[in-house]
Write a protein that binds this ligand. Structure first.
Ligand SMILES: O=c1ccn([C@H]2C[C@H](O)[C@@H](CO)O2)c(=O)[nH]1
Ligand SMILES: [Zn+2]
Length: 151
């Protein structure tokens, strides 16, 4: 049975709220520190919290063993959690497909990681080449339907 529920929408950067804009800009700056000698695929992420002020940033950090790589999203989230933050409000992710086609969206483990700290988390995805152009907007619930959690 085909599902009709929309998973994400595109919104122009200018129409986003200030938090979303700040997250995208912070994610772009974090991407500048990406350690990705193997894939050469840099990713930046930034997170805002509803139980704390400020933004935490992360980039992807690769490893010679490949599978040991840490994604930008989880790097940003663990940075905030390490400061006692627990309720995620929103995350911005900035990257670029090699052919500039699709938006880059969080991998499966990162979706589960985002979901851990809130199912209503807003997820903003922007392309490096048009970081202030169209932004893909979704939520943790939409990216991980029927996500697993314990409570
Ligand atoms: O949402 C994503 C997708 C990929 N990567 C990283 C992992 C690896 O370093 C590189 C290529 O997969 O991009 C992220 O950080 N976040
Ligand atoms: Zn990931």
């Amino acid at each position: 049975m085909p599902l009709s529920k929309e998973v994400a929408v595109t919104v122009p950067y200018d129409k986003l709220d200030q938090t979303a804009k700040d997250l995208i800009d912070a994610a772009l700056s974090a991407r500048g520190f990406a350690y990705c000698p193997y894939s050469k695929f840099g990713v930046g992420a930034a997170v805002a919290w509803s139980d704390a002020e400020g933004i935490d940033k992360g980039c992807n950090v690769e490893n010679a063993t490949y599978g040991n790589t840490i994604c930008a999203e989880r790097n940003a989230i663990t940075t905030g959690v390490t400061q006692g933050k627990r309720k995620l409000k929103a995350i911005g992710v900035v990257a670029e497909m090699n052919d500039s086609s699709d938006f880059v969206s969080p991998c499966g483990p990162c979706r589960q990681f985002i979901y851990e700290f809130g199912n209503k988390v807003d997820v903003y995805m922007a392309k490096v080449s048009s970081v202030h152009g169209d932004v893909l907007v979704s939520t943790a619930d939409q990216l991980l339907p029927l996500g697993f959690r314990l409570n």
